[in-house]
Design a protein around this ligand. Sequence first.
Ligand SMILES: [Zn+2]
Length: 73
Amino acid sequence: MADTLYCYHCGTHHPKEEMRQIDTKAGKRWRCIKSIEATKRGRAAREAFGRQTTDINKAEAQSKAKLLLNIER
Ligand SMILES: [Zn+2]
C-alpha cells in the first residue's frame, strides 16, 4: 500500500495525489478530492445520482425478469 492514505469519508484508501488534508473536530483527517467535490456539488448532484442508480436498478430488474420469462417458456 505505497502512497495511499486512509479516507475517513469513504472508509478506504486512495492514492495520495487524490487526497486532501482537512481540519475536522477530531483533528486533521485525510479525505479524497472526489468526495469533497461531491459534497460541494451538493444535493442536486446526489439526487441526480440517486435517480441514475434507480434507473440502473430498474433496467437490471427488467432484464432479470425477461431472463426468467425466457427460462419458463
Ligand atoms: Zn474517499
